[in-house]
Ligand binder design. Structure first.
Ligand code: HEM
Length: 396
């Protein structure tokens, strides 16, 4: 029986942004609540910071298989291969294959090139005078970087991005049509990845696709299908997330002119400001686990096999962890937000990359466009998974 009064799968609840008041009520009154899902048994929502951390850090009790999305996927053949849906020991081995490309040292080596990309985009945007922050800037920075890291030719990046949008957007009221379209997008992306793979086989390239093709897991190479799935995860995770941090972070500065003025005066506050943007925006709002045994969360009995969903959006506004949690404060310390996950083996692989992309973008944007102003209302993504903005008109 459902215990909560709210239906967090009702995406209209997220039309104007995450329903922070609903999350507050849940934290206070039903911190572990059983909620409905369409065409499924329902799930336990976990809303308090400490409980989200507890679930995330106990992968033996809370597994990532069969899937970390609330609803079980219609086609498990793809999702079960995704790194993010796997558990040790296979997860550990697969993650090692790509880890080396994402260490803080590897990532910081990208800084000069990344700055060139950002400056080029800002110059172009300045010439336009008025532009769309999402399309002209926030999408382009992470997309160009992940495309290069993975080995997607520059001229193909928008084609690949269009597929990721169709898979991730969750923005259509006709859910059946949306799922069907996502399946078509996956098939098209795999067809494209197969062509790229063909051109890389036997080569010694340093892009991640070439590295995956040479990988060895217990004496076996990855199958072409496994490489396709890895490709999809990296392209989706690398481009659909950081863009919403950039857009949501810029909007937070527009809405809090005092904080923006402080940052303009003290650029040394920027790294801390980015952590606050991560907490404030929380671009990925939840991930799910599945209980492996009968257990309790904060005294609430949970049965083996039940779905357990960690609401990062709620944890990041939990007053018990963050004093004045509904205040955007670029000087906040400490700031142990859970925007990249709440710890454990799946902690975001791209966290260093996302931080670097965002820091460089804001460094250059605040310096080069000190009078940047909002020129229209943001158009929000109607999703309970990605806290996204589809369009934000601005002028220099
Ligand atoms: C602001 C930007 C980003 C946010 C908010 C974000 C958020 C997250 C979250 C919440 C998780 C799950 C953590 C967990 O279950 O404990 C995750 C995992 C992951 N992220 Fe990110 N991410 C971002 C950027 C990126 C980028 C740029 C990449 C680049 C490749 C990336 C790649 C991944 C991958 C591959 C995983 C799965 C890791 C695993 O299963 O071991 N992410 N991310």
């Amino acid at each position: 029986m459902f215990t909560a009064r709210h239906d967090l799968c009702d995406r209209s609840l997220f039309r104007a942004g995450p329903p922070y008041e609903v999350f507050r009520e849940l934290r206070e009154e039903e911190p572990v609540a059983f909620l409905p899902e369409p065409d499924g048994p329902g799930f336990w929502g976990v809303f308090r910071y400490d409980d989200v951390v507890e679930v995330s850090r106990h992968p033996q009790q809370f597994a990532s298989a069969p899937a970390v999305f609330i609803q079980d996927p219609p086609d498990a053949s793809v999702t079960q291969e995704l790194l993010i849906n796997q558990d040790p020991p296979r997860h550990t081995k697969l993650r090692k294959l790509v880890n080396r490309g994402f260490t803080p040292r590897q990532i910081s080596a990208l800084e000069p090139h990344l700055r060139d990309i950002v400056v080029g985009l800002l110059d172009r945007a300045s010439e336009m005078g008025s532009f769309d922050l999402v399309h002209d800037l926030a999408v382009e920075v992470p997309l160009q970087v992940i495309a290069e890291l993975v080995g997607v030719p520059h001229e193909d990046r928008h084609k690949v991005f269009a597929w990721t949008e169709r898979m991730m957007s969750n923005d259509d009221d006709d859910q059946d049509a949306m799922h069907a379209d996502a399946q078509v997008a996956i098939a098209e992306m795999f067809g494209y990845a197969d062509q790229l793979i063909e051109s890389r086989i036997g080569g010694d390239g340093s892009d991640l696709l070439s590295v995956l093709l040479r990988a060895d897991v217990d004496g076996d190479a990855l199958s072409q299908f496994e490489v396709d799935v890895f490709f999809m995860l990296l392209m989706n995770a690398g481009s659909e997330t950081t863009r919403n941090l950039i857009t949501g972070g810029t909007l937070a500065l527009f809405e809090h002119p005092d904080q923006r003025a402080l940052l303009a005066e003290r650029p040394d506050l920027l790294p801390g400001a980015i952590e606050e943007m991560l907490r404030w925006v929380t671009p990925v709002m939840h991930f799910r686990r599945t209980a492996q045994e009968d257990l309790e969360i904060a005294g609430q009995p949970i049965a083996a096999g039940d779905k357990v969903v960690m609401w990062y959006t709620s944890a990041n506004r939990d007053e018990a962890q963050f004093p004045e949690a509904d205040t955007f404060d670029v000087t906040r310390t400490p700031n142990e937000h859970v925007a990249f996950g709440a710890g454990g083996p799946h902690f975001c692989l791209g966290a260093s990359l996302a931080r670097l992309e965002t820091r460089i973008l804001f460094e250059e944007m605040l310096a080069r466009m000190p009078t940047l102003a909002q020129a229209g209302d943001p158009v929000r993504l109607k999703s309970n998974f990605i806290n996204g903005i589809k369009s934000l008109p601005v002028r220099v």
